[in-house]
Write a protein that binds this ligand. Structure first.
Ligand code: NAD
Length: 282
């Protein structure tokens, strides 16, 4: 079965509508955008559309390698203390002068992509917090089909602080057994072939092929790669639906139209959660 982002989004939209039904204001997200990074610009462009379509306001603060440390500090300080700002995103890669001290000025319940030390610690310690949107989106795919992760062996390909590492903690919390592979892993195939679930977030088109997922029942492709002007994931697996079943493969996510669109909604839902924690929503 192919699980599209769209089917998950219709459920998430209901959650958003319910949360905002009695709210008189407009939730407001501010983005500190590194304009020198093209993927960040297109990422924020799609988030802006989703946010506006769902009744959120978005404001952009454009920064680049010439922005001084004082200016960055001032922007974040203003956003942190403005009660009208409900969520703050600082795009990655950060501009050169964006120090951890500045990022950590973002209040825990406005840090809607889970980048501050407070939220990273909360994830590691299984405490309440706002966690990175992409791994949260991945977890929605399991929830969508009621897939029980207890005791399942999950291989994550990629160990970035935005995807692989937070995902590892989220999966452990669901009692999965996790292996994290990365660019220095030798014989990747030996690991992926033992997995019940393979999640790829390497950004390497064609990395995962059919012969590498012989025992998997769930495949999640997080990657967004551009090849000859087209968006593709890491997985070069072109089974027909009938063949999935013959191979015992139960679930697979597409690229495009899989994890990517769900990620934007997780940012909106994190904003709602933060507003609740700040007492702005019931
Ligand atoms: P990154 O470059 O920070 O990390 C990539 C990771 O993959 C690293 O840990 C690296 O060790 C590993 N890796 C790279 N090549 C590998 C190989 N050949 N074998 C095994 N491991 C390898 O990237 P990121 O920010 O984590 O993003 C990863 C991918 O996910 C990219 O394609 C990115 O576009 C995509 N992404 C998607 C979303 C979304 O919403 N769907 C959000 C963020 C990132």
């Amino acid at each position: 079965m192919i699980i599209s982002g769209e089917q998950i989004i219709s459920r998430l939209k209901d959650e958003l509508n319910d949360a905002l039904a009695s709210y008189k204001g407009t939730p407001h997200i501010s983005v500190v955008l590194n304009i020198e990074d093209n993927p960040s610009r297109s990422y924020i462009k799609s988030i802006t559309k989703v946010a506006r379509d769902n009744g959120f306001r978005i404001t952009l603060y454009e920064v680049d390698s010439n922005t001084s440390e004082e200016e960055l500090e001032e922007i974040v300080k203003v956003l942190a203390t403005d009660d009208d700002v409900d969520g703050i995103i600082i795009t990655r890669p950060y501009v050169v002068r964006m120090k951890r001290e500045i990022i950590n000025r973002v209040p825990k319940w406005k840090d809607i992509d889970g980048q501050t030390d407070a939220n990273i610690a909360a994830l590691y310690k299984k405490e309440d917090g706002l966690f990175p949107a992409t791994p949260l989106a991945v977890m929605e795919f399991f929830k969508e089909v009621n897939y029980k992760l207890t005791g399942k062996h999950v291989v994550i390909v990629g160990r970035s602080t935005t995807v692989g590492l937070p995902l590892f903690h989220m999966l452990l919390s669901e009692d999965a057994t996790c292996t994290v592979c990365h660019s220095k892993t030798e014989n990747l195939k030996e690991f992926t072939n033992k997995a019940d679930v393979v999640i790829s977030a390497a950004g390497h088109p064609g990395l995962i092929t059919e012969d590498m997922v012989q025992n998997a029942t769930f495949l999640i492709d997080v990657a967004i790669n551009i090849v000859e002007g087209k968006i593709v994931g890491d997985m070069a697996i072109n089974f027909e639906e009938k063949e999935y079943k013959e191979k015992g493969l139960m679930f697979i996510t597409p690229v495009p139209g899989g994890v990517g669109p769900v990620t934007s909604y997780m940012l909106l839902l994190n904003t709602i959660k933060g507003m609740r924690k700040r007492g702005k929503l019931p």
